[in-house]
Design a protein. Structure first.
Length: 117
C-alpha cells in the first residue's frame, strides 16, 4: 500500500512562488507516474502536471505550462512541483496521486494553496 503526503502549500501573493512536495511511502516502480491535480472552490478537479518515476517524461496542463516545473528525488521518494508566477486563479487544494496501469489509484490528503491579488 502506497501512502502519499503533500506539503508546501500556503498563502502567497500574486507573482510569487511555491514549491509543493509529495512524499511517497511504499514500493514505487519505475513505470509509475506521479501526478498533481487541483480543485478550486466550486470547480471540478483538474490535472496540473505529472512525472514518470524514471526517465525524463513530464507533462503539464496548459494553464501552468511555463510556470510549473515538476521534478523528483528518487532517493527520497518525493516529487516537487515548483510553481512560479502564481495567480489568484491558481488558488486550490492541490493533490498528488500515483498512477499505476494508467489509473490514478492512490491519493494524498491535499495541501491548500491560496494566492492573494
Amino acid at each position: 500500500q502506497v501512502q502519499l503526503v503533500e506539503s508546501g502549500g500556503g498563502l502567497v501573493q500574486a507573482g510569487g512562488s511555491l514549491r509543493l512536495s509529495c512524499a511517497a511511502s511504499g514500493r514505487i516502480l519505475s513505470t509509475y507516474h506521479m501526478g498533481w491535480f487541483r480543485r478550486a472552490p466550486g470547480k471540478e478537479r483538474e490535472f496540473v502536471a505529472a512525472i514518470r518515476w524514471s526517465g525524463s517524461i513530464t507533462s503539464y496542463a496548459d494553464s501552468v505550462k511555463g510556470r510549473c516545473t515538476i521534478s523528483r528525488d528518487n532517493a527520497k521518494n518525493t516529487v516537487y512541483p515548483q510553481m512560479n508566477s502564481l495567480k489568484p486563479a491558481d488558488t486550490a487544494v492541490y493533490y498528488c496521486a500515483l498512477r499505476r496501469d494508467n489509473v490514478y489509484d492512490s491519493w494524498g490528503q491535499g495541501t491548500q494553496v491560496t494566492v492573494s491579488s
